[in-house]
Design a protein around this ligand. Structure first.
Ligand SMILES: NC(=O)c1ccc[n+]([C@@H]2O[C@H](COP(=O)([O-])OP(=O)(O)OC[C@H]3O[C@@H](n4cnc5c(N)ncnc54)[C@H](O)[C@@H]3O)[C@@H](O)[C@H]2O)c1
Length: 458
């Protein structure tokens, strides 16, 4: 479906540099035009990157490589440190700023160069008149607040998956993006892989017959956290811990709570069910044509937890089953296999995985006719970023718009609700409620630590 998003009060057009400068909200950057090749200033998208850690630094590079993008700011609560996904990664605000300045400096033929501004507080970024779009690549407890406020500020948004921390936050994000007529791309880059597009279209077009069963998988935890009795650590210099926690509960600092490892603590994320599940379950929803809906029942199968008091408190291993109104069953489980999805129908089967991106089908010709090797090596994240930039200009819906991101994240959250309660739950995907189930409905949302509120305007 192609859907045009009206330009609204601020679509993509050259915004008020002078107005912003006059308001003291950050002067425009001074990167010379020659750096951007054929991209005229009026056609250039000014991007600010919020969160420049493991994923944020990667997408920053993908944005920067486009000649019609100018990175005007980076924002991170960590000045610079090791301790991200791989110990060798040295990331944060200053390394990101240096990367941007070095890139433009090299293109401009200058050895010292300073154009990219740095911020610790994302609200300063959103107040700048010279920022058209933001990337949100921060822990999940921040996604809704930053997205909703960015939408209110008239920015377009590339927000990482899982789109939301809770189902209620996801719905609030959908409403804000629609209300303010913004472009939002969820960082589900699998949607920009031609191979996955082909796989999901095969399923939707009935090429494997009537779909009976879908299997998705999520990985095991790839980090080990401290067990019960862990001791708080001093907050490192240059790390704004209070602003890292934001709306999450105020608790003592430990390094394994924060950089990269936050995904294994329920206050900030939902474990591998939301981390990897946001990719594999997204593919499932897409193939099943359920992008604006979801299952009607979630069956609890299994969950393995660490001892009470461990810093990591999301499930180590899980399995749950989602039943859709049309009888299709989806089983999501922890597995060693690469993250992916398998669709089984009355006349065949097709499966696709990430890392490496490859697909297989029965009959084999379904895939091999289009992709003889079954593989696809184009960088899906670069394609996904390019799709977002095109949509910022055209105001068309991107590959993974806000409702898609919300519904795919919801499927993961629904699984987490069932495994946290240790029982089956019924779900109404239209009303987004667990009918007659107060205990489950309480897990639709989480309190925000004061003074944080989802929107600036309430
Ligand atoms: N699309 C993908 O394949 C993919 C891959 C990895 C991560 N992600 C997603 O990206 C997000 C970030 O994950 P990560 O692995 O990069 O984590 P990370 O910890 O490596 O990076 C997050 C960065 O955000 C910063 N940050 C935290 N709070 C902030 C705030 N209030 N303002 C500004 N900066 C803040 C942290 O200091 C850190 O540098 C998560 O939602 C994750 O699911 C997506």
């Amino acid at each position: 479906m192609t859907h045009q998003i009206p330009t609204g009060r601020r679509g993509f057009c050259r915004r008020g540099f002078l107005k912003a400068a006059a308001a003291g909200l950050g002067a425009p950057s001074i990167v010379p035009s020659s750096v951007f090749g054929a991209a005229a200033p009026s056609n250039r998208i000014h991007v600010a990157c919020i969160g420049t850690g493991n994923q944020g630094s990667g997408i920053l590079r993908r944005f920067m490589e486009n000649d019609d993008v100018e990175i005007v700011a980076v924002c991170d609560v960590n000045t610079a440190s090791y301790g991200y996904r791989d110990e060798s990664q040295y990331l944060g605000r200053e390394p990101a700023r240096k990367t941007v300045d070095a890139y433009y400096g090299k293109k401009a033929g200058k050895s010292t160069y300073r154009a990219c501004r740095t911020h610790i507080d994302f609200r300063e970024v959103l107040a700048r008149g010279d920022v058209d779009a933001v990337t949100v690549a921060v822990p999940d407890q921040w996604h809704a607040i930053m997205t909703i406020r960015a939408a209110e500020a008239g920015k377009d948004i590339y927000c990482e998956k899982p789109l939301s921390l809770t189902i209620a936050q996801g719905r609030a994000m959908v409403e804000a993006v629609r209300k303010h007529q913004r472009i939002l791309q969820t960082g589900s880059m699998e949607r920009s892989s031609r191979l996955n597009q082909h796989v999901c279209k095969l399923v939707r077009d009935g090429k494997i017959g009537q779909v009976k069963r879908v299997t998705t998988n999520v990985g095991f935890n790839n980090k080990v956290g401290p067990g019960p009795g862990w001791q708080p650590m001093p907050v490192p210099e240059g790390f704004d811990y209070d602003m890292w926690l934001g709306p999450a509960p105020l608790v003592p600092y430990h390094k394994d709570r924060c950089l990269y490892r936050f995904r294994f603590n329920y206050d900030y994320s939902g474990g591998q069910v939301t981390n990897y599940g946001a990719h594999s379950n997204d593919l499932a929803q897409w193939g099943l044509d359920m992008d604006d809906s979801g299952p009607v029942e979630i069956e609890y199968r299994r969950a393995v937890w660490l001892p009470e008091g461990s810093l990591f408190n999301t499930a180590l291993e899980t399995e749950f089953l989602c039943r859709y109104a049309n009888g299709v069953e989806l089983v999501c489980r922890t597995d060693k296999k690469p993250v992916g999805v398998r669709f089984e129908g009355t006349e065949g089967m097709v499966e696709t995985t990430a890392y490496p991106w490859q697909a297989r089908s029965e009959p084999a010709s379904l895939i091999r006719a289009e992709f003889p090797s079954g593989k696809y090596s184009v960088d899906a994240t670069s394609a996904h970023v390019r799709n977002f930039l095109n949509c910022v200009k055209s105001r068309q819906e991107p590959a993974a718009p806000v409702e898609v991101g919300h519904r795919s994240a919801s499927l993961c959250h629904l699984g987490n609700v069932a495994i946290r309660l240790g029982r089956n739950v019924k779900w109404d995907p239209q009303r987004e409620q667990f009918p007659g189930d107060d205990e489950a409905n309480q897990l639709l949302t989480r309190p925000l630590r004061a003074p944080w509120k989802l929107a600036d305007s309430v």
